[in-house]
Design a protein. Structure first.
Ligand SMILES: [Zn+2]
Length: 118
Protein backbone atom coordinates (compact mmCIF):
# COMPACT_ATOMS: atom_id res chain seq x y z
CA UNK A 1 0.00 0.00 0.00
CA UNK A 2 1.57 3.23 -1.15
CA UNK A 3 0.39 6.44 0.36
CA UNK A 4 -0.34 9.31 -1.99
CA UNK A 5 -1.15 11.89 0.66
CA UNK A 6 0.52 15.25 -0.07
CA UNK A 7 3.86 15.82 1.68
CA UNK A 8 3.45 17.35 5.12
CA UNK A 9 -0.25 16.49 5.36
CA UNK A 10 -1.45 14.04 7.98
CA UNK A 11 -1.61 10.51 6.65
CA UNK A 12 -4.39 8.65 8.44
CA UNK A 13 -4.07 5.69 6.07
CA UNK A 14 -0.46 5.12 7.15
CA UNK A 15 -1.47 5.67 10.78
CA UNK A 16 -4.17 2.99 10.49
CA UNK A 17 -1.71 0.56 8.91
CA UNK A 18 0.84 1.18 11.67
CA UNK A 19 -1.86 0.76 14.33
CA UNK A 20 -2.93 -2.60 12.87
CA UNK A 21 0.71 -3.74 12.74
CA UNK A 22 1.14 -2.90 16.44
CA UNK A 23 -2.04 -4.68 17.52
CA UNK A 24 -1.95 -7.75 15.21
CA UNK A 25 0.77 -9.73 17.09
CA UNK A 26 -1.50 -9.84 20.15
CA UNK A 27 -4.67 -10.94 18.38
CA UNK A 28 -5.67 -14.35 19.80
CA UNK A 29 -7.92 -15.06 16.80
CA UNK A 30 -6.43 -13.35 13.75
CA UNK A 31 -8.63 -15.35 11.37
CA UNK A 32 -11.92 -14.48 13.16
CA UNK A 33 -12.74 -11.65 10.75
CA UNK A 34 -16.09 -10.03 11.52
CA UNK A 35 -15.96 -7.07 9.17
CA UNK A 36 -13.67 -4.49 7.61
CA UNK A 37 -12.59 -0.92 8.09
CA UNK A 38 -11.96 1.00 4.91
CA UNK A 39 -10.21 4.33 5.07
CA UNK A 40 -9.78 6.59 2.04
CA UNK A 41 -7.84 9.80 2.25
CA UNK A 42 -6.58 11.66 -0.77
CA UNK A 43 -5.82 8.92 -3.27
CA UNK A 44 -4.77 6.43 -0.60
CA UNK A 45 -7.07 3.62 0.47
CA UNK A 46 -6.64 0.93 3.09
CA UNK A 47 -9.06 -1.88 3.85
CA UNK A 48 -8.36 -3.70 7.09
CA UNK A 49 -9.95 -7.02 8.11
CA UNK A 50 -11.58 -6.42 11.47
CA UNK A 51 -11.33 -9.11 14.14
CA UNK A 52 -12.95 -8.76 17.56
CA UNK A 53 -9.51 -8.02 19.05
CA UNK A 54 -8.75 -5.30 16.51
CA UNK A 55 -12.26 -3.89 16.87
CA UNK A 56 -11.74 -3.59 20.63
CA UNK A 57 -8.34 -1.94 20.18
CA UNK A 58 -9.73 0.51 17.65
CA UNK A 59 -12.69 1.35 19.86
CA UNK A 60 -10.38 1.96 22.84
CA UNK A 61 -7.99 4.12 20.80
CA UNK A 62 -10.87 6.25 19.52
CA UNK A 63 -12.43 6.58 22.97
CA UNK A 64 -9.13 7.75 24.49
CA UNK A 65 -8.49 10.44 21.90
CA UNK A 66 -8.76 14.01 23.09
CA UNK A 67 -8.35 16.90 20.72
CA UNK A 68 -5.30 19.04 21.65
CA UNK A 69 -7.57 22.10 21.59
CA UNK A 70 -10.09 20.48 23.98
CA UNK A 71 -9.73 22.36 27.27
CA UNK A 72 -13.10 21.32 28.62
CA UNK A 73 -16.39 23.11 28.54
CA UNK A 74 -17.31 26.55 29.75
CA UNK A 75 -19.18 26.26 33.04
CA UNK A 76 -21.09 29.42 32.20
CA UNK A 77 -22.42 28.80 28.68
CA UNK A 78 -21.37 25.19 27.96
CA UNK A 79 -19.21 26.24 25.00
CA UNK A 80 -16.37 24.00 23.79
CA UNK A 81 -13.95 26.67 22.61
CA UNK A 82 -11.89 27.62 25.69
CA UNK A 83 -8.61 29.12 24.52
CA UNK A 84 -5.13 28.45 25.95
CA UNK A 85 -5.85 30.98 28.71
CA UNK A 86 -9.10 29.14 29.57
CA UNK A 87 -11.05 32.11 28.26
CA UNK A 88 -14.43 31.41 26.66
CA UNK A 89 -14.79 33.47 23.47
CA UNK A 90 -18.54 32.77 23.43
CA UNK A 91 -19.47 34.39 26.75
CA UNK A 92 -16.19 35.99 27.90
CA UNK A 93 -15.81 33.99 31.11
CA UNK A 94 -12.32 33.15 32.36
CA UNK A 95 -11.80 29.73 33.95
CA UNK A 96 -9.08 28.20 36.09
CA UNK A 97 -7.18 29.76 38.98
CA UNK A 98 -6.37 32.91 37.03
CA UNK A 99 -9.99 33.31 35.96
CA UNK A 100 -11.18 32.93 39.56
CA UNK A 101 -8.63 35.52 40.76
CA UNK A 102 -9.62 37.99 38.05
CA UNK A 103 -13.34 37.47 38.72
CA UNK A 104 -12.75 38.02 42.45
CA UNK A 105 -10.72 41.16 41.74
CA UNK A 106 -13.38 42.52 39.37
CA UNK A 107 -16.06 41.86 41.97
CA UNK A 108 -14.03 43.72 44.61
CA UNK A 109 -13.39 46.65 42.22
CA UNK A 110 -17.06 46.69 41.31
CA UNK A 111 -18.09 47.23 44.92
CA UNK A 112 -15.16 49.53 45.72
CA UNK A 113 -13.06 49.77 48.85
CA UNK A 114 -16.13 50.01 51.10
CA UNK A 115 -17.05 46.37 50.56
CA UNK A 116 -16.73 44.27 53.69
CA UNK A 117 -13.63 42.09 53.87
CA UNK A 118 -14.23 38.34 53.45
ZN1 LIG B 1 -18.78 30.49 27.92
Amino acid sequence: MASTVPTGAPDPVAALTEFVERVAPFDPEPSAVQGTVELRYGHATETVPLTPHLAGALREALARYRDPADRGRCTNCGGHRLDENLHCPDCGRLHGVLGAMIAERMERDRWGATAPAE
